[in-house]
Design a protein around this ligand. Structure first.
Ligand SMILES: Nc1ncnc2c1ncn2[C@@H]1O[C@H](COP(=O)(O)OP(=O)(O)O)[C@@H](O)[C@H]1O
Ligand SMILES: [Mg+2]
Length: 425
């Protein structure tokens, strides 16, 4: 069969790398892809946001399955468009993708269907939001703009004064303005865990729990990024794993059905493990980046039957994935200045010195070829993912590989997985 992967980051490189290993697959296309995906598939010169271009490509080339990486095309309705044109596309349709596209919708869904999350307050205008702040006792609060903001629409504030400033800032980050609403949330504490579940709206297949490292600086300091590194699996008490499934994932899938927004695809639950149990921080309507990279390195079985069955609504007919029991650590190397402004076109040296294999992979993200030279083209440039019998072995392998690479301004967090090595949630 022929598979098209939509996107151009590390997540899509990992997806293409995994899909191309399937004996069921003859050709893998990636639109638009990156220099890494070109090594495992064929790059297609079509942006991930050009929905008409993508569907035409899929129809003309008789693509059997399309897998969408990023949230923007899902929220724009790429799955609906493919369905109209008779092409199988894995992901939620436009209505179901709203679980990520509108933080307000996600919060109201949780409240209505009693899915545990923080207390929250929704405001239609910045003025109303500010007057709420004037009348509340001072203290920490989380400010979120409701639309898609590429990780820049949320500020965790220590007091009302910070929150007042965050209101305007968050709203400015929303792509296309969103619905203009502001969500305030109770500040929750505890370790975070990402649980991604494959579901067709009836059957659920949770992947292994993972832990992202969002802030740019070591010890979780500095501004949030798209994700600086991931560890999987995360050691959880059996009771907590069970609560995540029975109190959050299952009720959410059911809630979406009851709202007539059946969810098909990867449902990503960002959770805070509080003293009172797991709480929903947010939902995403797709795989995480960089969670996908270490998850797929650990997935031993073929992913393609799972993807097809989910898209066809027959997830109950296939086996759950088989996991390598070892730990995977993924570390992301970024451009100087990221997540603020950064230079592009900086030459990258030494990536070919890394010995990739089944236990260690390099996935490209913001890279591009300038003639024969590999140069930077984004904030998160590439990531290294390594497997190890324990967290320290996996960390050592990943960091040894990163030492071989250099580019001007290159930085990465040196502490990915350290908390996982020393704590239990
Ligand atoms: N209610 C909350 N309490 C404490 N921290 C929060 C809360 N909501 C979000 N955060 C922190 O902010 C980060 C980003 O928030 P999230 O809702 O996941 O937005 P996005 O991923 O769209 O930027 C979370 O990973 C978490 O660390
Ligand atoms: Mg998040």
């Amino acid at each position: 069969m022929k598979v098209l992967v939509v996107g151009q980051g590390g997540r899509e490189h990992a997806l293409a790398w995994k899909i191309h290993q399937s004996p069921l697959v003859d050709r893998v296309f990636v639109a638009p892809g990156n220099p890494g995906t070109a090594a495992v598939g064929e790059n297609v010169d079509c942006a991930a946001t050009d929905l008409q271009g993508l569907v035409s490509f899929a129809v003309d080339n008789e693509i059997d399955l399309t897998v969408v990486g990023p949230e923007a095309p899902l929220c724009e309705g790429i799955v609906d468009l493919f369905r109209e044109r008779g092409r199988l596309c894995l992901g939620p349709d436009k209505d179901a993708a709203e679980i990520e596209g509108s933080k307000r919708f996600a919060r109201e869904l949780c409240e209505k269907h009693r899915i545990p999350g923080p207390s929250f307050w929704v405001f239609e205008s910045p003025a109303m939001a500010r007057s709420f702040l004037e009348n509340r006792p001072d203290g920490p609060i989380v400010v979120k703009a409701s639309g898609l903001a590429a990780g820049k629409g949320v500020v965790v504030c220590k007091d009302n004064e910070e929150a007042r400033k965050a209101v305007t800032h968050c709203l400015e980050q929303v792509q296309g303005g969103g619905d203009g609403s502001i969500v305030f949330e109770e500040f929750l504490e505890g370790p975070e865990v990402s649980l991604i579940t494959l579901t067709d709206g009836e059957t659920i297949v949770p992947l292994e729990p993972a832990r992202d490292h969002k802030p740019v600086g070591e010890g979780d300091t500095g501004p949030n990024t798209g994700g600086m590194g991931v560890v999987t699996p995360v050691t959880l008490m059996p009771r907590v794993s069970q609560q995540m499934e029975t109190q959050i994932v299952l009720p959410t899938v059911h809630a979406m059905n009851r709202e007539k927004r059946r969810f098909r695809g990867f449902l990503y639950a960002g959770l805070m493990l509080t003293q009172q149990g797991p709480r929903v921080i947010e939902f995403n309507c797709r795989l995480g980046d960089p969670e996908t990279q270490p998850l797929l390195l650990r997935m031993k079985s073929d992913i393609v039957p799972l993807l097809v069955a989910t898209a066809e609504g027959k997830l109950n007919t296939v086996d759950a994935p088989e996991w390598d029991p070892r730990v995977a650590v993924c570390v992301v190397a970024c451009s100087g200045g990221y997540p603020g402004s950064y230079k592009k076109g900086v030459p990258i040296f030494g990536l070919d010195r890394i010995d990739a294999g089944p236990d260690l992979q390099v996935f490209h993200a913001g890279t591009r070829l300038a003639g024969r030279d590999l140069v930077t083209s984004g904030g998160r440039v590439f990531s290294v993912t390594a497997l190890g019998a324990d967290i320290n072995t996996a960390r050592q392998r990943a960091y040894d590989a990163l030492e071989k690479v250099e580019f001007e301004g290159m930085h990465y967090r040196k502490d990915i997985g350290i908390t996982a090595a020393t704590s239990r949630a």
